[in-house]
Design a protein around this ligand. Structure first.
Ligand SMILES: C[S@@+](CC[C@H](N)C(=O)[O-])C[C@H]1O[C@@H](n2cnc3c(N)ncnc32)[C@H](O)[C@@H]1O
Length: 230
């Protein structure tokens, strides 16, 4: 008997369960990387996000909330109820008025062009079909609206990249995150026109800036099968 491939819904539920499971310890586990690098990168990324209505994808425990613009309305989504609950707690503590929505980026409950800009930090490593998720981001951001992403990706060094490929199944099981994704290509495939990709940490960390819309259909209009994306 052959095992059948999980459906998209099953994959999303697995991702949700993985993040629900680690929500309580998530911030604690990430203290070292936050202090070493991520906090500074978050502040920089969000300092560039502009617009009256902004979407944050995969808000997690709300680490970016302190950097959300006070003069914009930010709608933040996540697939994990437990991560969202922590984000809500952080928003209350910081006295920030945030719209927190339980949603899968692969099927966003927003109309076309609803947002002036969108941003995500360390999210598309976990989304089961990242190009589909990025296509949704492109759909809900208005024509010419900006997309700001901070992601970790497969190392450009072939030996390190190969080691990441080998370790990936364990990383996914433990954390829900793929460590060997080619997110820069996925963004381009989704039709988000990148005008800047900045590399940090030996090319493993990427800061991407691009525009949605502009009539580009992207190369990734085809909806990939579950498990079929890198
Ligand atoms: C590594 S955490 C990063 C959280 C936060 N952005 C940060 O920088 O701390 C990835 C987050 O993406 C969320 N996520 C994963 N897949 C998602 C999906 N399909 N739709 C929405 N959120 C998703 C997870 O629940 C988790 O909160």
């Amino acid at each position: 008997m052959t095992a059948s491939r999980p459906t998209k819904i099953e994959e999303s539920l697995t991702t949700q369960r993985r993040y629900d499971r680690q929500a309580a310890l998530f911030d604690l586990m990430e203290v070292p990387v936050e202090l070493l690098a991520f906090r500074k990168l978050r502040r920089r990324l969000w300092g560039e996000v502009d617009g009256a209505v902004v979407l944050e994808i995969g808000v997690g425990t709300g680490k970016n909330i302190p950097y959300h613009r006070a003069d914009a309305r930010t709608v933040a989504v996540d697939i994990s109820p437990r991560m969202l609950r922590r984000a809500a707690r952080r928003a209350r503590r910081l006295e920030r008025d945030e719209d927190l929505v339980l949603a899968d980026v692969q099927h966003l409950p927003f109309r076309d062009g609803a947002f002036d800009a969108a941003s995500a930090t360390f999210v598309f490593c976990s989304v089961p079909a990242p190009t589909s998720g990025l296509q949704e981001v492109r759909r809900v951001v208005r024509d010419g609206g900006r997309v700001h992403l901070l992601e970790h990706v497969r190392a450009p060094n072939p030996i390190v990249g190969r080691l990441m490929d080998l370790a990936n199944p364990i990383a996914v099981r433990l954390s829900g995150a793929n460590i060997n994704r080619d997110t820069v290509s996925n963004v381009a495939k989704a039709g988000i026109a990148l005008d800047d990709v900045e590399s940090r940490g030996f090319g493993i960390i990427k800061i991407m800036r691009g525009s949605a819309g502009q009539g580009s259909s992207g190369q990734g209009e085809r909806q990939p099968r579950a498990g079929g994306e890198k």
